[in-house]
Ligand binder design. Structure first.
Ligand code: ATP
Ligand code: MG
Length: 416
């Protein structure tokens, strides 16, 4: 579990702000759900034989003996909230997004942590393939806007309760012939969760499943039609993708369209975002029979791809370099007035020399520096240095506030 420190947090804020801005354009609103839920919710939705439920959950009993779990993912809690608050009664289409910490007891390594963060989105109530395409379009738009290029959108269809059992059976039969090559996990669960072997990272499983039957050859007519219409809509709006019939996804609730945003730049942790349709989930959890589709992006992996320090800390508009007690007092009054008007102003609080103060202003990359020495103060003036232009002028003290507002109006910054 990591601290996110100043210097890194700017990247996080950038990733979050862009998500809010872009998701809003596609009609999504935020939902905030608790980080703790009843354990049962995750067992029922994610599935008993998945990695998450088998070995990754932080589960504990509270003082009343209820089994609770720190959420390992966001979809199940959002579905719980959707059902409990009857959001479906307010509108037939719900587009929701969330951001926040998730918890999985995994082996920590680059891009894989025990508390990590996801930004996710869900559309509830629509099975039209246009919505699948819209969700994928929003996801790829997001990657474009935040400047991540080294990424590929892969899509697949996992079928539905009509056609999936037939595929599972074919896959189990296929795996049975090759049990000795599978890793221990896949060997153990090849009958309960055979699809996991398809995207297992162990070398043996990779080789053993090379010629495994493709799920795309087993789709029923309706899943086949749905998938081909999703691809058609993606082509219409020029969203690039590749079809990966081996993508199984780790969670049980997926149906039809599934997808991942995959990169080569993060070693084994190659999925930066993942999601899919889960048409039976809401009903399984006790809600109405409504379809759903969603995804989650891992913020740590997004930040790694951007390069941690790529988003710079905001520059102060003005650094006030005051020399002596009286100048310090006057400087502080000006500083406070600028803060109240929304400017980012800094000063020195340690009585440092002019040289040391200018060094500090430079380190913070202040746009302007106001030098307030005793001589200047006697004239009720200060020296205003424009650090980018390299120019300097004397300005009356009483005029600095308005001048700074003109030069660095917060409104301009917001618009920019
Ligand atoms: P992986 O294949 O890396 O184990 P996953 O299939 O378990 O991923 P999901 O449950 O679909 O992942 O979660 C979606 C995204 O959340 C992942 O693509 C990844 O970016 C991020 N993620 C998942 N687990 C972790 C973790 N332990 N630490 C950091 N990010 C994670
Ligand atoms: Mg995982």
């Amino acid at each position: 579990m990591n601290d996110i420190l100043p210097g890194e947090v700017e990247t996080w804020q950038f990733l979050e702000t862009q998500a809010r801005r872009i998701f809003q354009a596609y009609g999504f609103t935020e939902i905030r759900v608790p980080t703790v839920e009843k354990t049962e919710l995750f067992c029922r939705s994610i599935g008993e034989t998945t990695d998450i439920v088998e070995k990754e959950m932080y589960t504990f009993d509270d003082k009343s003996g209820n089994s609770l779990t720190l959420r390992p993912e966001g979809t199940a809690p959002v579905m719980r909230a959707f059902i409990q608050n009857k959001l479906y009664a307010l509108d037939s289409v719900n587009k929701l997004y969330y951001l926040g910490p998730m918890y999985r007891y995994e082996r920590p390594q680059k891009g894989r942590y025990r508390q990590f963060h996801q930004i996710g989105a869900e559309v509830l109530g629509v099975d039209d393939p246009k919505i699948d395409a819209q969700v994928l379009s929003m996801l790829s738009h997001y990657f474009q806007e935040v400047g991540i290029r080294d990424i590929e959108l892969q899509i697949n269809s996992l079928g539905c309760p009509e056609c999936r059992p037939g595929y599972r059976k074919a896959l189990v039969d296929y795996l049975q012939q090759r049990l000795s090559s599978l890793c221990e996990d896949c060997k153990r669960r090849y009958e309960t969760n055979p699809l996991r072997a398809l995207d297992c990272k162990s070398q043996g499983c990779k080789e053993a499943t090379q010629n495994a039957p493709s799920v795309l050859d087993s789709l029923c007519a309706s899943c086949e039609d749905h998938f081909s219409r999703v691809r058609g809509h993606l082509d219409d709006i020029a969203v690039a993708y590749t079809v990966n019939p081996r993508m199984a996804r780790g969670l049980d609730y997926y149906t039809k369209t599934t997808f991942e945003m995959v990169t080569n730049s993060l070693g084994a942790q190659n999925a930066v975002a993942a999601g899919g349709r889960y048409d039976g989930l809401i009903e399984d959890l006790g809600g109405p029979s409504l379809p759903g589709i969603g995804f989650a992006m891992g913020v740590e992996r997004l930040a790694l791809m951007l390069g941690e320090k790529s988003i710079e800390a905001p520059r102060p508009d003005l650094f006030i370099a005051a020399l002596g007690q009286e100048a310090g007092r006057r400087g502080f009054v000006l500083l406070s007035a600028l803060h109240r008007r929304g400017l980012h102003a800094e000063m020195d609080y340690e009585g440092k020399s002019l040289k040391a103060q200018l060094r500090r202003a430079g380190k913070q990359k202040a746009r302007f520096v106001l030098i307030l020495g005793e001589e200047e103060l006697a004239r009720q003036a200060g020296q205003l240095k424009d650090m980018d232009a390299g120019s300097q002028e004397e300005v009356p003290l009483g005029a600095v506030e308005e001048l700074m507002m003109e030069k660095c109006r917060p409104a301009d910054r917001e618009a920019g």
